[in-house]
Design a protein around this ligand. Structure first.
Ligand SMILES: Cc1ncc(COP(=O)(O)O)c(C=O)c1O
Length: 437
């Protein structure tokens, strides 16, 4: 096999927050990987509060004195302690379900910082959000606008809404996480917003006070954000002539991160590309980052179970599976993989192409395919990098596998923020049918 077709397993250089120490051991923000794995078991998700803080700070610095609200996108990582940390850092939240609303309220995040997006909010979810007093609904269709108006009117209130525009913008990302193209299910076509405003602005249960969009996720070319804001700015100015009070402009999330290939957009360029297009300085900019805040603030530690070969191909089977981290199976995403201790020069030279796979009964259950892996032994630990966002939150119990634990580290401290599941947890909600009728 051509060596150029296979990817390097371990360049011994670490990754964001991950460094090899003088003892040749890998550390995540000062915590030794092997010790974390031994203390808390594997698979283990570990998040760094300091890395989350520094990403947020860079975004806030770029926004400067422009009025803004950062609504953390809860779907990226919905652990209560992560939401609590976001609240303490002054963030609001972007939610897409009643469950996420519940999590935010449990974390005592103030409802007046919550924006509710999503193409299919149920009547019950709308009612719950109105009763909680959320800041804004990001409305994705005329039917939904009508439903919100009716429910709010019935409750004797008026819902603040922004219209989520589908700007028909291409973002260079995986099709499953591209959301701003004309034929995507998201938002209201940019060609229909003005007519909808004319029709609905007098409806009793709503106050249209913003425009929103979210064009996708893991976007590295920031010009796509500029293109989307341009569309929204133009619609906003036309609406102003019709009496629209433009309080909020939400540009969603989507800013991409470095998954180990060194490709990473500049936060300043990102913010500039948005703000350049927005004429009104008084409009509050809402950003809804998820991946940008959490992605590189988290890792997944897993342990090698065994090595096997089939059809001339080598596999290392680890104890994390696609139920723990779905991204490689779902999006063919690439994550940098590091071993828990530095590789000697001879180990680095003596690599062979292999797949790193999980124990789940699916051939799509892999973390790396065709990687130059050094010889790994049963019991070794591997770190799957950049897994703080859309890692645990997309996990499942498929194959009746207990999900691993989650740990938050902050300076020298570590907090277990979700305990490892037990077999009892797997069946806790299930009821045995009875033959007695
Ligand atoms: C409406 C909305 N806002 C924000 C986000 C967060 O995106 P990201 O994690 O890429 O920042 C999403 C993700 O799907 C979304 O749908």
């Amino acid at each position: 096999m051509n060596k150029n077709n296979v990817k390097e397993y371990n360049d011994n250089r670490g990754h964001i927050g991950l460094e090899y120490g003088r003892d040749a051991q890998l550390y995540f923000m000062g915590h030794k990987i092997a010790s974390l794995a031994q203390s808390f078991g594997t698979p283990l998700y570990v998040y760094s509060a300091d890395l989350i803080r520094s990403s947020l700070a860079s975004l806030k610095t770029a926004l400067g004195d422009r009025p803004h609200l950062i609504c953390y996108s809860v779907k990226a990582n919905s652990n209560l302690s992560i939401i609590k940390l976001m609240r303490e850092l002054g963030c609001g939240a972007d939610i897409v379900s009643g469950g996420e609303l519940y999590r935010c309220l449990q974390s005592r995040l103030s409802a007046d910082g919550i924006v509710f997006s999503g193409v299919g909010k149920s009547g019950l979810e709308i009612k719950e959000a109105l009763e909680a007093g959320i800041l804004l609904f990001s409305v994705e269709s005329e039917a939904e606008l009508m439903l919100i108006s009716q429910i709010a009117d019935g409750l004797g209130t008026r819902a603040k809404v922004s219209l989520r525009v589908n700007p028909s913008v291409e973002a260079d990302t995986h099709p499953y996480i591209s959301t701003g193209r004309e034929h995507d299910k998201f938002g209201i076509s940019h060609t229909k917003i003005i007519d909808l405003f004319k029709k609905a602005s007098h409806w009793k249960g709503i106050q249209i006070c913003g425009l929103a969009c979210h064009i996708g996720s893991q976007i590295l070319d920031v010009s796509a954000f500029g293109n989307a804001s341009k569309v929204l700015a133009s619609i906003g100015m036309q609406l102003e002539r019709l009496g629209f009070l433009w309080e909020y402009l939400s540009l969603g999330g989507g800013l991409g991160i470095d998954y180990g290939d060194g490709k990473e957009p500049s936060v300043n360029d990102y913010v500039r590309s948005i703000l350049n297009e927005v004429p009104l300085k008084s409009t509050k900019i809402i950003l809804e980052p998820g991946r940008f805040l959490l992605g590189n603030a988290g890792i997944l530690i897993s342990q090698v179970i065994l090595q096997k070969s089939n059809g001339g191909k080598k596999f290392y089977v680890v104890d994390a599976g696609m139920n723990d981290l779905l991204r490689p199976a779902l999006y063919k995403s690439k994550h940098k993989i590091l071993s828990h201790c530095i590789l000697s020069e001879s180990q680095r030279q003596n690599t062979s192409p292999a797949d790193l796979v999980g124990p789940v009964c699916e051939s799509g259950d892999f973390f790396a395919q065709n990687y130059h892996l050094p010889r790994l032994n049963a019991g070794d630990y591997v770190v799957i990098c950049s897994t703080g966002a859309y890692g645990f939150s997309m996990s499942s119990n498929y194959n009746s596998r207990c999900r691993g634990a989650e740990l938050l580290i902050d300076g020298n401290f570590s907090y277990l923020i979700r305990r490892r599941e037990k077999y009892e947890d797997l069946v806790r909600l299930e009821l045995e049918y009875s033959e007695e009728r």
